[in-house]
Every structure is written in C-alpha cells, then in structure tokens.
Design a protein around this ligand. Sequence first.
Ligand SMILES: Cc1ncc(COP(=O)(O)O)c(C=O)c1O
Length: 420
Amino acid sequence: MKQGQITTPCYVIHKERLDGQIALLKKALDENWGNHITGYSFKTNALPWVLMQMKRAGFYAEVVSEDEYNLARYMGFSHVIYNGPVKSRDSFLDALSRGHMVNLDAEQELDWLEASGLKEVQVGLRVNFDLEAVCPGETSSGEDGGRFGFSYETGALQRAAERLAGMGVKLSGLHLHVSSRTRSINIYRALARMAVKLKQEYGWKPAYIDIGGGYFGGMENRPEFPAYMEAIREELSAGYTPEETTLVVEPGTSLITPPVEYLTAVVDCKDTYAGRFVVTNGSRSDIDPLHGKRSYFHEVGYELADRNDCYAIPEEVLYAWEEEGQENPAEGREILDRQVICGHTCMENDRLFVLEGRPALRPGDVIAYRKVGGYTMCLTPLFIRYFPPVYVKEGGQLTCVRERWGTEEYVRKSHFRDAF
Ligand SMILES: Cc1ncc(COP(=O)(O)O)c(C=O)c1O
C-alpha cells in the first residue's frame, strides 16, 4: 500500500459498523436472556483481523473443522464451540479435554468419546428434525430434509442421549442450528419450541440451548437481533429459565456482512452489437462466490481512482466521497439506457449488474458494493488473480490488515519452488 492511497479492487471493513452490530446483539441478549454465550461463526469470515475483534469482544470461537479449531487455538481463543459433521478424532478429544463445548453430530464421535473414558465434558447433541413441516418453504434443504445432527423422528437423537447416559456422560446441551432461506423470526420460534418439546418429552435438563446462527443483520426491512431474541425468549420460557439454562448463539453473517464493502474501478468501456459493456477490475467471485445472488447493493463514485496509478484511490478522495458526499463530476456526461457492469475474469458470466439510465461510466470511476462481508472472502477462489487486499476504516484512518496476495503467497507451499 502506497502511503495515502488504497489499491483497487479491495475490501474495506468499517470498524464502527462492526462494533455497532456486536453491541446490538449483546444488548438484545442482555435484555432477553441475561445468561448467554455468543459464539462467532468462523466459517462466515475468518479473516484474522475479524477474529481478533471477535475475541476482544468476548466471543467464543464457533468452529466446524480441525483447521478452524486449530486456527481458534492459534488466535488465542480461550473458549471454543466445536460443531460440524466431520471433526478429526484428535481435535475432538483435545477440545473435550480442554473443557470446550462440543456438539456431537456423528455416531463416530460417540464411539471416540466412549473409548476415551472422558466423563467430565461439555457435550451437546445436534438436533435434526423436520423444521420444514412447521416452517413450509423456509428451510435451505426444503422437503429433501436437512442432513445434520441426530434425527428426532427416527429415534437416533434419543438413542444418542441414551448412549451418553450409559457412558456416565451428562448431556450438557442441545444444538439446534438450521440454515434457512428466509432467516425469519418464525424459524427461531420453531427451534425454541423444539427445545421445549425435547425437555418435556425426554425430561432432559440441558445446561445450554444453542439456537445457532442464521440471522439477518443490518438489512433494511428485515428483522434485527432484538426481534429475534425477543421471540426466542417468548418460546423458550415455556420450558427454560435463564437461571438454569444458558442461551448460546453463533451468528456470522448478521455481524460481518453489513460492515464490509468491496471497491472496484472501471478500467474499460466498449460498445458491441449487444450494447455497452463496462469492464471493472473486481469480480463477481469476490462478492458472490457461489454466483447465487440476484442483486447487489452498489453505488457509483465518479472519477475517484487514478487511471495512471493502477486505479488506486487517494485516501482523501475516498473520505470525501463516503463521508462528505462529492460534487457530481458526471454532470454533462451522456445518459445511457443500459450499461452492463462486468468483472475482470475471462468468464462471460462475470457480470455484476445492469446500470440503467445513468451517466456513461469511464475508466477511473469507482463502483462500491456494500454489505459483502459474509461468505465472500472465505470463498473467493484463487482464479486468475489472487486475493485482494483488505483495509479497515476506523475513526477516519485506513489501515491495511491483509495485503494483496501475489506470486510469493501463491507458491509458498509448493515443494518444487526452488526450481523456479
Ligand atoms: C453450525 C453453524 N452455526 C452458525 C452458522 C452461521 O450462520 P450465519 O453466518 O448465517 O449466521 C452456520 C452457517 O452455516 C452453521 O453451520
């Protein structure tokens, strides 16, 4: 990073916005279920800077693989919630013996636990049940049914609890995370009701209910943490009290999606028989790696990037645009009906959106995509160009927290690199 300017394409994390999301979550929990634990879902965005913020804010590491578990240990998290269908035996036993919360998701984990002879451990069972039946059209798996956890309907859940009892191991918790398409409040009501039903039916007294992640956050016309937590409290109170039971949440996207933006610069404009194509130096893969989104929050800033200096944006120019608003240097430009905004890769489908009825874009204009922090950086492919840099904006200061990856980072782990 040259002093005083940022490279495009890049991600910018707005620290104050991240702090705002964290504060909103904690307040909603305090007001509804004073006895709570907040986990941060590593998979959603495990950028080391982000993890450090979450650790400082008191979050537990919510991890779902040996690699994530090792990362949590490396980053110094003293509390871990270990979930996931495929844990390694070593990391599983390590987590248990260190007193971390481990939510079982597979029969072999019961075998490992039994063989280990460990008894004073914190284990929960991930619950698999037909949520689609009570929230039709809302779950990610739909009528095909979810595959995680032990099935309530087949009796596998009850059998797993009985196996634990047979080993002399207490069932500490119930893990109810389910991914939904709607992220609706209705989903959390149904999950909490299921927790109550299990208590009533089997007489279990779990010390914690882990209601999972999957909330909206920072999106207009969508629920926020207070509404979710209120609904959870209302339902959970039918069977549990904060005095006896800890509520665990493990959000990811609702915390880290809103504060992150992605800045790209226009590098070329061309007319073909099909119309105007605007080529930018970013890529759809950086904000929508699974190519599943239908639209992006975007904004255009005219003449912000320096065409003669690799489309870098001087910091003061960026501030003026984002904070003070800028005079419109696009005045006088031709208004075009349709401009197709494209990415830098060689894939025809690297097209981001169609800009309609706006001034003709030119090289050096900037397109910013907002609210792109969840399931983006962690899924960005090493395709054609390597990882973009990440900056943090805090109190009027920009700091680079991950440099752009180049050849050196790419070849670092290759065994034959000395032959180059
Ligand atoms: C077990 C578990 N917990 C938490 C999360 C976080 O979900 P989100 O990022 O939607 O909040 C996920 C995501 O799939 C998950 O699988």
